[in-house]
Design a protein around this ligand. Structure first.
Ligand code: BES
Ligand code: MN
Ligand code: ZN
Length: 498
């Protein structure tokens, strides 16, 4: 969808020809001159438009309004969270047949972050998966104009949100694609396509090169599949070459059957989303290409399938990770940590300021936090606070979980340095404790997105999370390092241009 930003009073919005005009009405709306302002005030007063965010009133061919469909939607206190609820409630209207040109107008000056929330939510609401359908019954509008009382002050927020939305959509799209349409090879090609931008470089390694690197844990997971593994490395350079990067590591299991520790059949199809972490890294790079923040970022994706087979990894097998640590694989379904541990070891090469891994790692995290907040684990209080703040600000929240050493005790093995599973209690924490063994002293955070990367049930599909959180965090880091005088000449020029 194409987004545009324009200064639009309510009376100008009434004159604007389009298929759908949705007007965001705050709870304290006092009325305004003109057809829409009067109508909205009346509807509020009569209780026909309730003032709870997301409540709406649909009208057709209203006198004095050029749009065929008019929707008045309450946006509560006008905060980004309430605006998001309001715009998500517009999903059916946005996807109605014949709605090609939509306008989303703020009846009152938007609060800070509300324009970004509106754009992001409109993109979320209008997204339609189509890649493997022979015909699509519904589609979102071609264009969406955001109307605000005064556009000048929110142009930068709008531009950034548009780039973030493109990144979220990219992640969603790749996570939604079924495993036979999103193989490790195809993920590698998707990553390569991002290097069209000259700030992004991409290297994709196959089985021989990964063997040379000594990634024995990663290779062990891949060995049961006929699909060759891929190790994807993305580099975004937005700051001076010498500036230490942030490394993002995304779990890229393109399908998780559990391996020999086979999963039960019901809902196994959902394990096509087990590359949601990888998809979020791709989405972040898609957006970085447009945002061009003054920061260096590396993206690492170990991608493979986890399959049962005559050659597959067996419970009890001991594998040697790139770090040299041996691992007893007690459960082949705990494969995510096996592919991640080698990527985390590899990450140290870049002498990063921070490593953040993103993984649909444990069912236990779904039980602990559900679909609202991602699980956050970190060895650094500072990093944890940054990520928590970025998540709340981006409406893509996470929640910090503990990493006490005692939680790692269950990972003891009689036959290797470490086992890949502990007991069932605190399963999300023991998984994180396993990963922690591979990050050394680099500030590190782990986001368990098993509950937040996709939705089950009738709304089954990928969410594109936590692309919003990550981009917010990276943008804040870029702004922070610019403050402390570490910015590049290019960034200074950009800043000077405003
Ligand atoms: N990909 C799954 C985690 C998962 C489960 C994500 C359900 C979303 C929904 C992961 O590879 C896995 O199978 N984890 C096991 C670990 C266990 C064997 C210690 C799990 O959570 O059951
Ligand atoms: Mn698994
Ligand atoms: Zn998995």
């Amino acid at each position: 969808m194409n987004f545009e930003l324009k200064t639009l009073s309510l009376s100008a919005a009434a004159r604007h020809k389009c298929d759908l005009l949705a007007v965001l009405i705050p709870q304290d709306f006092a009325g305004q001159d003109g057809a829409i302002g009067t109508l909205a005030a009346q509807a509020l007063q009569a209780g026909d438009l309730q003032d709870k965010p997301g409540k709406l009133l649909r009208l057709y061919a209203s006198p004095g309004v050029a749009a065929r469909h008019l929707v008045l939607v309450s946006c509560g206190d006008g905060s980004p969270g309430d605006v998001r609820k309001a715009v998500l409630a517009l999903a059916p209207a946005l996807k109605s047949p014949g709605v090609q040109r939509a306008v989303l107008a703020f009846a009152a000056a938007p609060a800070a972050g509300a324009v970004a929330a509106a754009l992001r939510s409109a993109a979320d609401a209008a997204y339609v998966y189509a890649a493997t359908k022979s015909k699509v019954e519904e589609s979102g509008p071609e264009s969406c104009l955001l109307g605000v009382p005064s556009a000048a002050g929110v142009q930068a927020e709008f531009d950034a949100a548009r780039a973030v939305a493109a990144g979220v959509e990219f992640a969603r799209e790749w996570a939604n694609r079924p495993a036979n349409h999103a193989t490790p090879t195809l993920l590698g090609e998707a990553a390569k396509s991002l290097s069209k931008d000259k700030a992004i470089r991409c290297t994709v390694r196959g089985p021989e090169e990964v063997a040379k690197l000594g990634m024995g844990a990663f290779m062990a997971v891949a060995q049961g599949s006929v699909e060759p593994l891929r190790f994807i490395e993305l580099q975004y350079q937005g700051a001076a070459k010498g500036q230490a990067p942030v490394v993002l590591v995304g779990k890229g299991i393109t399908f998780d059957t559990g391996g020999i520790s086979l999963k039960p059949a019901p809902e196994m199809d959902e394990m096509k989303f087990d590359m949601g972490g990888a998809a979020s890294v791709l989405g972040v790079f898609r957006a970085l290409a447009e945002l061009k923040p003054a920061i260096n970022v590396i993206g690492l994706i170990p991608a493979c399938e986890n399959m049962p087979d005559g050659r597959a990894l067996k419970p009890g097998d001991v594998v040697t990770s790139m770090s040299g640590q041996t691992i007893e694989v007690l459960n082949t379904d705990a494969e995510g940590r096996l592919v991640l541990c080698d990527a985390l070891t590899y990450a140290a090469r870049f002498k990063p300021v921070a490593i953040v891994d993103i993984a649909t790692l444990t069912g236990a995290c779904v039980i602990a936090l559900g679909g609202l907040r991602s699980g956050l684990f970190s060895t650094s209080d500072e990093l944890a606070a940054q990520l928590l703040g970025a998540g709340d600000a981006a409406l893509d929240p996470c929640w910090r979980m503990p990493l006490d050493d005692e939680y790692g005790e269950g990972l003891k093995s009689n036959f290797a340095d470490v086992a890949n599973v502990g007991g069932r209690p605190a399963g999300a924490v023991t998984a994180a404790k396993f990963l922690q063994r591979f990050v050394g002293n680099t500030p590190w955070a782990h986001l368990d997105i098993a509950g937040t990367a996709w939705k089950s049930g009738t709304a089954k599909g990928a969410t594109g999370r936590p692309v919003g959180l990550l981009l917010r965090w990276l943008a804040e880091r870029a702004a922070g390092s610019a403050d402390s005088g570490q910015q590049t000449a290019a960034a200074r020029r950009r800043a000077a241009k405003g």
